[in-house]
Design a protein around this ligand. Structure first.
Ligand SMILES: Nc1ncnc2c1ncn2[C@@H]1O[C@H](COP(=O)(O)OP(=O)(O)O)[C@@H](O)[C@H]1O
Ligand SMILES: [Mg+2]
Length: 283
């Protein structure tokens, strides 16, 4: 199956059985600024619905609130106002740690937390219980074979025994992706997974994301980025953020228009799509 066929198939199945994976209603996130002596809004009036099997991209300039929004979906923080339900559980009224076991997260914070000397295969295995610590005593044969399988999925068979710290940035991102998939999450969240990658590494990461979406049609993903070129062809929906507010959201075709993206980044941008991949050029 070509990448285009896969993208088309996912377009048609996007939405799955209509099961809700993330529902945010009237969400504000604010912090108190002692300096300004007032609230500073990181997110304001967010309504968002992510359904089973959909693949979302969250796009916006630096400081738009993308990471803040992803941390809500990751059950890592609470809304100041409004309600957030993740996998049918209401944040603030559920055991967040337990909920996080069903969510995979690839972000810079996790990457920094991994001991650099830990071998690649063990780094992937540590994702089994969604903890940084390796819980050797809880690992079973099935975990070990899944870790090997994921190593192959992300194309890193040769690196099983290399230490995480000695891997390139591109390899590390793919290791983190495999690690996040160890616990078979229902929801996979990626915060700028291609940042700092060269072109071949970025393309390998995109291929790994496409392969993964193909393996499991019930997997739901949200990818945060500010580069259209990094959007995998499997993406079905988009949300544009600017200044903590939703500027546009919906299916990827109706959201990623030149008009919306120009307004989002405050620049006249021409959006293109070729063979399922997106591009942006300044007009
Ligand atoms: N704890 C905090 N207190 C005050 N402002 C914050 C805090 N965390 C983030 N911000 C600010 O909120 C805005 C949104 O941050 P973030 O969600 O990280 O944006 P993005 O990921 O889109 O770059 C930024 O301007 C950031 O500086
Ligand atoms: Mg961010």
């Amino acid at each position: 199956m070509s990448i285009d066929d896969l993208a088309n198939a996912l377009d048609q199945t996007g939405g799955g059985a209509g099961q809700e994976v993330v529902r945010a209603e009237g969400v504000d996130v604010f912090r108190w600024s002692a300096k300004l002596n007032r609230r500073v809004y990181l997110l304001e009036g967010i309504d968002w619905l992510v359904e089973l099997g959909q693949h979302w991209v969250v796009l916006g300039p630096n400081g738009a609130g993308k990471t803040t929004l992803l941390h809500l979906a990751a059950a890592d923080s609470h809304a100041s106002d409004g309600t957030v339900d993740v996998l049918g559980r209401r944040l603030g009224a559920t055991d967040m740690r337990k909920l996080r076991e069903d969510i995979g997260l690839v972000d810079a914070r996790t990457s920094r937390a991994i001991p650099p000397r830990r071998p690649v295969l063990e780094t992937i295995e540590s994702g089994a219980f969604n903890s940084i610590a390796l819980q050797h005593q809880r690992l079973e044969e099935s975990h070990l074979s899944r870790a090997r399988e994921l190593l192959t999925t992300v194309g890193l068979d040769d690196l099983a025994t290399r230490s995480f710290g000695e891997c390139s940035q591109g390899e590390r991102q793919r290791i983190l992706l495999a690690r996040a998939l160890m616990a078979s999450p229902d929801l996979l969240l990626l915060d700028e997974p291609a940042s700092g990658l060269d072109l071949p590494s970025r393309e390998q990461l995109v291929s790994a994301l496409v392969a993964m979406a193909g393996h499991d049609p019930s997997l739901t993903t949200v990818t945060v980025t500010h580069h259209l070129e990094e959007i995998p062809p499997t993406v079905t929906h988009g949300l544009l953020l600017r200044g903590g507010k939703v500027l546009a959201q919906g299916t990827i075709e109706e959201t990623l228009t030149s008009e919306n993206v120009s307004e989002c980044f405050g620049l006249p941008i021409e959006v293109g799509r070729r063979s399922g991949r997106w591009s942006a050029t300044i007009r």
